[in-house]
Design a protein around this ligand. Structure first.
Ligand SMILES: Nc1ncnc2c1ncn2[C@@H]1O[C@H](COP(=O)(O)OP(=O)(O)O)[C@@H](O)[C@H]1O
Ligand SMILES: [Mg+2]
Length: 185
């Protein structure tokens, strides 16, 4: 069993367990649709006021994940990342605030106030390129890092997360594992 290809691949990083829940959980996706599926699963577990900081390079799949979250929330508009807009609002089961701070190196007062309002708000905030978010605001947020592992492969690591979001990663990883077991023997 331990030689199966998914060992250490689909779900691991169970370090620093606290109250039975690990502080970091990691899954891998293979293809953009799988990342959207993970996003859709996450959307079922999020609550108004949650803030998700998405880390990772260009093309890592941040926007793709947000598309899945939006789909899961029942948003019927397409989610994109227009280069001239910092925040886009979508209406779903709860509001989705998609914030992209790529061009924001240092946050000015106006942006800061707007971000603070979104963070304390009535919806889910998902932030791409959150580097300029001040620590006070980033404090209660969940960090999700996306890494490019191959052309179609991405590693997604959830850090210091809420147990309800960690549980989604664990179920997602376990589902992939079961699938691999079924097909791969
Ligand atoms: N497993 C995967 N998950 C997400 N995107 C993937 C995956 N495999 C390939 N891709 C491709 O990587 C790109 C991700 O783009 P995007 O989501 O805009 O990234 P980011 O917002 O992080 O810059 C897309 O072109 C997508 O088709
Ligand atoms: Mg993007």
């Amino acid at each position: 069993m331990q030689d199966a290809p998914w060992v250490g691949g689909s779900l691991f990083g169970l370090e620093g367990a606290k109250d039975g829940m690990p502080e970091r959980v990691r899954v891998e996706t293979h293809g953009e649709e799988e990342t959207r599926q993970l996003g859709a699963h996450l959307s079922a577990a999020v609550r108004a006021g949650d803030v998700l900081l998405l880390l990772g390079h260009f093309g890592a799949g941040k926007t793709t994940l947000v598309q899945g979250i939006a789909r899961g929330l029942g948003v019927d508009q397409p989610v994109t990342s227009p280069s001239f807009v910092i925040a886009s609002e979508y209406q779903g089961r709860i509001p989705l605030y998609h914030i992209d701070l790529y061009r924001v190196e240092q946050m000015d007062e106006v942006t800061l106030e707007a971000i603070a309002e979104y963070f304390g708000g009535d919806g889910l905030c998902v932030v791409e390129w959150p580097g300029s978010v001040p620590d006070e605001l980033a404090h209660g947020a969940v960090r999700l890092e996306l890494a490019i592992m191959g052309e179609e492969d991405r590693g997604l690591t959830l850090e210091g997360a809420l147990p309800r979001l960690q549980a989604v990663f664990e179920r997602f990883g376990a589902g992939r594992l079961a699938q691999t077991g079924r097909h791969g023997g």
